[in-house]
Design a protein around this ligand. Sequence first.
Ligand code: EPZ
Length: 429
Amino acid sequence: MDRIRITGGKPLHGKIPISGAKNAALPLMIASLLTEDTLVLDNVPHLADVVQLQRILNNHGVDVTLSGKRSGEAEHAGQTVKISAETIVDTVAPYDLVSKMRASFWVVAPLVARMGQARVSLPGGCAIGTRPVDLLIMALERLGANIEIEAGDVIATAPKGLRGGDIVFPKVTVGGTHVAIMAAVLANGTTVIENAAQEPEVKDVADCLVKMGAKISGAGTSRIVIEGVSKLGPTRHSVLPDRIETGTYAFAVAMTGGDVLLEGARPELLQSALDLLAETGATVTATNEGIRVARNGAGLRPVTVTTEPFPGFPTDLQAQLMALMTRAKGTSRITETIFENRFMHVQELARLGARITLDGQTAMIEGVDRLKGAPVMATDLRASVSLVIAALAAEGETVVNRVYHLDRGFERLEEKLGACGAMVERISG
Ligand code: EPZ
């Protein structure tokens, strides 16, 4: 199993190209199931989760083709993926495929919308909490799907097709909103989704569906209205930049000091995180090419923050912010409201010398003068990368184990950081 070895203490200087967003690429690939025509996606990141989803789509009979490098293209440009679900030969998504990645459960929506039936394994628990799918099922039922649970699988049927309906989510759910939209675009009649997730990835998927012929208004707000159409067609769409990767590297620069341009990053996708970063004392500047983050020798100021659905501070940056605050001059407070068990990085950060105490869903982080390298590991990708951030500022050597978590969500992490002067290397095997 690969590990990453980091020798801390080097400031970061240079440019980091931001990849396409994992959490948009996955639902966009799933949306390909809605049409018999070809969907071409540009700027798809090279990630283990994308490869895993390809396997799942292949199992339904979908052809996924990756284009080779084109002349004049940057060496590490995102990939262009052509996806054709002309014939769906299998509407079953089995446990061994779905359990590896929760988002794959979302295939239930396009399958039942287009084929009138789907049998998809319940994804099971995961490291950051119980993560139920009751609201996703509720949304499908509101659109007329009949749902049964049998042997750990959700069986959704709608032999005469889905029909439009009103869906009111009692809490904001990104997956629930994706599922509701994908089910509604081919339903007969109008669907109104209230308290919809406003995450930029939801808007990106809706934008692509509109190009495919869907009638969607309000995506990116809390009220989405969809007029069902009978068929969707081909299109080409470029995946938006990854705001979580952007925020992660922005926090890394604040941690080590230095000056880095996050190329292709868009500030409006993570304004709350950038505002917070400025509060800590880092300089954040929007430029034509992306976002520039710099910090000179001055100390970091502590912050108090609560994770919230977009446009609030994202749960997917909570661990990274906590790593940064381990070096602040004073005590920070971070409250996690989205997932009930997303503090696994706390004990690992403590191994590097961090002082963190937990009180329910709030972590109190007392800044320390120095961190010291140690072997660490984490159980999800954002927690893993928080250890990388801490290691970049720790004295001596840190080995981050279980790198496969990082590979699920961060493209060429060691190369991107290495190019800016960090001492990071992958140890294979
Ligand atoms: C998406 O997960 C992201 N995944 C997560 O990113 C992200 O942390 C999360 O949204 C919140 O922003 C992808 O986009 C692939 P939710 P999702 O439904 O859709 C509860 C990462 O690191 N809930 O918005 O699964 C749920 O338990 C990942 O890239 C129900 O109670 O999250 C949670 O407390 C991890 N019932 C809250 O809602 C349901 O049926 C929000 O979850 C569904 C959700």
